[in-house]
Design a protein around this ligand. Sequence first.
Ligand SMILES: Nc1ncnc2c1ncn2[C@@H]1O[C@H](COP(=O)(O)OP(=O)(O)OP(=O)(O)O)[C@@H](O)[C@H]1O
Length: 313
Amino acid sequence: MIEVKDLVKRYGNHAAVDHLSFTVDTGKVVGFLGPNGAGKSTTMNMITGYIAPTEGTVLIDGIDMSQEPEKAKENIGYLPEIPPLYQDLRVREYLQFVAELKKLPKKERNLAVYNTMKETKTKDVSERLIRHLSKGYKQRVGLAAAMLGSPDILILDEPTVGLDPSQIIEIRELIRELSKSHTILLSSHIMQEISAVCDEIIIINKGKMIACDTPDNLTKAMMQSRGIHLVIRGERSKIKEALNKITEIGKVQYDETAEDGAIDMTVYTERDQDIREKIFYAMAEFDCPILEMHLLETSLEDAFLALTQKEGQ
Ligand SMILES: Nc1ncnc2c1ncn2[C@@H]1O[C@H](COP(=O)(O)OP(=O)(O)OP(=O)(O)O)[C@@H](O)[C@H]1O
C-alpha cells in the first residue's frame, strides 16, 4: 500500500508538486495521469525515495520513506521514464548486476534473474547486448530490473513512451499480467493507455490533484452534458413543441435534414440524465415517429482534455 500525504516539491518558487495526497491500496492498479510537466515523474521520484520532498510524507506499507528509506524501498520496484541500462552489458549480465545491487543472496541470484526474464519475456535476448535491443525490449529489461527482488509494489513511469503500437500492446499485456500479483502505480499522459489497465485514475495538473476515480465514474462525472442524436419524422414546429415538454433538455442543435420530411438533431441534457424514454413518449403524443436515437458518449480522453484545459487556463 502506498500512502502519499500532503506531498510538496518546490524548485525555487515553483511548486512542481503541490500538496498532493492519495492512497494506492494493495493489489490495485492506479493510473497517474497528467499532461507533460504536471509533476508525475517528480511525485514518483519522491515515492521511490530518489528525491526528498520539500514537505509531506510517503508511507510504503506503513514505513515512512524519509525515516527508513532502505526498508521502505525493499518493497518497491521502480521503472523510471528512462531506465538506467548499461548499454555494453548483455541482458543477463545486467540483471545479475542489478540483483547484486539489490543485495539478493548470491545463491538466489541466478534463479531470480531467470524468473524475471521469464516473466518479462526477455529470455530470448538474454545473451544480447542491451545497445542492440529494440526500444520495446529495452523497456522489458528495465521492467525485469524493477521486478528483481520480488517487490510487491511496482512504480512505472510512462512505460510505453516511445514504443510503437505493437510494442505498446505487448507492454500493456505484461502490465495486466503483473497486476494479478502486484500493486502498481503507472504514469502516462495518454488517457487511453491508462483506462485500459487501471482500476482507478488520479489526474494531476500543475502539481495538484484534479480528479481521482474509476475510469467509468470519471467519464460519467466529467460529462457536463449528455447528447442524444435523433432523427425524427415530422414538422419542425411540432417536434419543437414535443421537446419543450421535456424540462431536462438544455440545448437543441438542429443539423442538416436527414432524409425527406425528417429532422436530424442533437439534444443535450444539463446533467447526466437519460431522457430517451421521455423523448419516445413526447414524440408519440405529437405523432412524430423516431427514426433514430442514440446516446453520444463522452470518452475518457474528452474528459481528461476538458479537465486539464480548464485547469490550465
Ligand atoms: N530538477 C528540477 N529543477 C527544476 N524544475 C524541475 C526539476 N524537475 C522537474 N522540474 C519541473 O517540475 C515540473 C514537473 O515536472 P515532472 O517531470 O515531474 O512532470 P511530468 O508530469 O513527469 O512530465 P513529463 O510527462 O513531461 O515527464 C515541471 O515544470 C518541471 O520543469
